[in-house]
Design a binder for this molecule. Structure first.
Ligand code: BES
Ligand code: MN
Ligand code: ZN
Length: 492
């Protein structure tokens, strides 16, 4: 997607803009600014539409009009911006999403976007438009609907002095959108294609395109490193596991990196503790933590962000087999901690614990953030709106929450009280891999916390990484949260 900044002295001058669609925010019944000018130029069209009940102005309501007499734009998209009288103002991202959804159904190429008037509203316009135009048809044959046109978004601002800053923010939004698209593609790719080896190849391609250092470790190399807990999960699958390490160096070489650790289970059948059949296909998305790490790296590289990143991705399948991990097995993690496996479906923590240890030992990171579709319990706790956020450091936790809210990729802070650790006690080993049903997302996070030193945060994205049902597909979350966090960190 391209974007432009245009200087118009007054809103009314926008009426002269020649374009395929003019997108305008509406407050009804009293039209202001550009809406008022449009109403006047069209002989009271908006007033009439409102009187007829077609244009209530309610937040997110859209009305697409073609060939409006009095306007040079070929289409006019009206977007309601009125929040509830007593409630909070509508989120810029929600308005942008509604507009983008309506626009995606059109062939409008050149869009003049006069919805919202600051860089944040416009950053959301770029992100949402890109999201709305996203397609995943690599596996369809036969005639396909035409791909969306190459779109150009024009934003109007009278203040030319701010063009530099605005353009910089729009470029960031574009880079984040590209990272989101990469994460969505990887998540959507079927599990017979998106194997651990495929993830490693995607990482290598990313490295080539963006000048990242990439290392890939195969089963023997992982064994030599001593990541036995990771290998225990991988052992029941004929798909070879991969440990994938990527480095992006945007800051001084000696600065300790931020470690990003991603769960890359390319299919989670549950293993011997087999999952029920319903919706099991969705366990192809169990690598979305890894996908979000790659998407975030892509975004940071494209933004040339002044930050050092060390990404550690543990990729494998969790399958039942004669040689698979069993309930009751005791394994020794890279850290030396022994773990009693009480449920082979709690495999995410078994691979992540070794990835966390590896990241600590090799990179001595300034902070560590892991991202994982870790627990069904997190979906019960927070649904599909907010990701679960755990942090052993308040500043890190707060900064991640703020970044998520800003980018409409929100998270919610969850607890890590010492008392939750009780349920992870094992009769035979140092640690059990499950803590029972109560607080299942919390006890999973507590398990991980045993394998880190220093500031650490964990994002449980089980409810947010993909959508089920009619529009089933990867969401690319939490790439916007992570990328924004790193932008903020680089600026401070
Ligand atoms: N990948 C799943 C978590 C998951 C389940 C995400 C459903 C999204 C939807 C994870 O590996 C898992 O199976 N966790 C178990 C843990 C339990 C055995 C303690 C779960 O949540 O049921
Ligand atoms: Mn599982
Ligand atoms: Zn899993």
């Amino acid at each position: 997607m391209k974007f432009q900044l245009q200087s118009f002295a007054t809103p009314a001058r926008l009426l002269e803009a020649e374009c395929d669609c003019l997108v305008v925010g509406i407050t009804a019944p009293r039209f202001k600014g550009l809406a008022k000018a449009i109403d006047q130029a069209t002989d009271g069209l908006l007033t009439r539409l409102h009187a007829e009940g077609e244009l209530a102005g309610k937040a997110g309501q859209t009305l697409l009009l073609q060939a409006v007499a009095g306007l040079r734009a070929r289409r006019l998209l009206l977007v309601g911006t009125d929040g509830p009288a007593a409630g909070p103002a509508p989120e810029p991202a929600a308005l942008a999403r509604a507009a983008a959804k309506a626009l995606a159904a059109t062939r409008a190429a050149h869009i003049v976007w006069a919805l919202g008037d600051d860089e944040e509203a416009w950053a959301h316009a770029v992100l949402e438009m890109q999201q709305a135009d996203y397609r995943f048809d690599a596996y369809r044959t036969g005639e396909q609907p035409a791909p969306p046109p190459e779109r150009t978004l024009s934003f109007a601002t009278p203040d030319e002095k701010r063009h530099g800053a605005l353009r910089a923010r729009l470029s960031q939004a574009q880079a984040i959108a590209n990272g989101v698209a990469l994460a969505r593609d990887l998540g959507n790719t079927p599990p017979n294609v998106c194997t651990p080896v495929h993830l490693a190849e995607a990482a290598q391609a990313l490295g080539r395109d963006w000048g990242l250092e990439v290392e890939v470790f195969d089963r023997a190399a992982i064994e030599a490193l001593g990541m036995r807990s990771f290998l225990a999960v991988a052992q029941g699958s004929t798909q070879e596991p991969r440990l994938i390490v990527l480095r992006y160096q945007g800051d001084k070489a000696k600065r300790a990196p931020v470690a990003l650790v991603g769960k890359g289970v390319t299919f989670d059948s549950g293993g011997i503790s087999l999952k029920p059949g319903e919706a099991m296909d969705e366990m192809k998305y169990d690598m979305c933590g890894a996908a979000s790490v790659l998407g975030t790296l892509r975004a940071c590289a494209e933004m040339r962000l002044k930050v050092n990143l060390a990404a550690v991705i543990v990729a494998c399948e969790n399958m039942p087999a004669g040689n698979a991990l069993k309930p009751g097995d005791v394994i020794k993690a890279l850290s030396g901690t022994t773990i009693e496996v009480l449920n082979t479906d709690a495999e995410g923590r078994l691979i992540l614990c070794d990835a966390l240890t590896y990241a600590q030992q090799r990179f001595a990171p300034a902070e560590t953030i892991d991202i994982a579709t870790l627990t069904g319990a997190c979906v019960i706790a927070l649904g599909h709106v907010r990701s679960g956020l755990y942090a052993n450091n308040d500043a890190l936790g707060q900064a991640l929450l703020a970044a998520g809210d800003k980018m409409a990729d929100p998270a919610w802070r969850m607890p890590l009280d010492a008392a939750y650790h009780e349920s992870l006690k094992s009769r035979v080993a140092d640690l059990a891999n499950i803590g029972g049903r109560p607080g299942g997302s919390v006890t999973a996070a507590c398990f991980l916390s045993r394998f880190v030193q220093g500031p650490w945060a964990h994002l449980d994205i089980a409810g947010t990484a993909w959508k089920s049902g009619q529009d089933k597909g990867g969401t690319g979350r939490p790439v916007p949260l992570l990328a924004q966090y790193l932008i903020d960190r680089a600026a401070s």
